[in-house]
Write a new protein. Structure first.
Length: 108
């Protein structure tokens, strides 16, 4: 959820009383509200933001962060497997007198 307006002032949650969006919650800049500025007459950046739109934005951001963390985890796991697998393969090859390339081919 947004906590500040682009201008740096905090925001507040209000409820629409218009015929187009009755009882629809939205966020507004506290400064713009104090001046009683209509959301569509003020600069484009300070227009209202619907609460459900803010939730959707937040969910999309969190979804992106989760995907990035999963990708990072997969990369780390792959790196760890490669680091731990190499010495084990060499040891196995020595014991069994097998060519390491043959082992790699069998694994992949």
């Amino acid at each position: 959820m947004p906590s500040k307006c682009w201008c740096g002032v905090g925001i507040t949650e209000l409820i629409s009383k218009t015929n187009q969006s009755p009882y629809h919650s939205y966020y507004r800049c506290i400064y713009a509200v104090s001046l009683r500025v209509h959301p569509l007459s003020f600069k484009r950046q300070s227009r209202l933001k619907w609460v459900d739109e803010a939730f959707t934005d937040e969910i999309q951001q969190l979804d992106y962060q989760v995907r990035m963390l999963e990708e990072e985890e997969n990369t780390s796991t792959d790196m760890l497997l490669n680091v731990t697998r190499a010495p084990l393969l060499k040891e196995l090859a020595k014991k069994e007198k097998i060519n390491i390339r043959q082992i790699h081919e069998n694994i992949n």
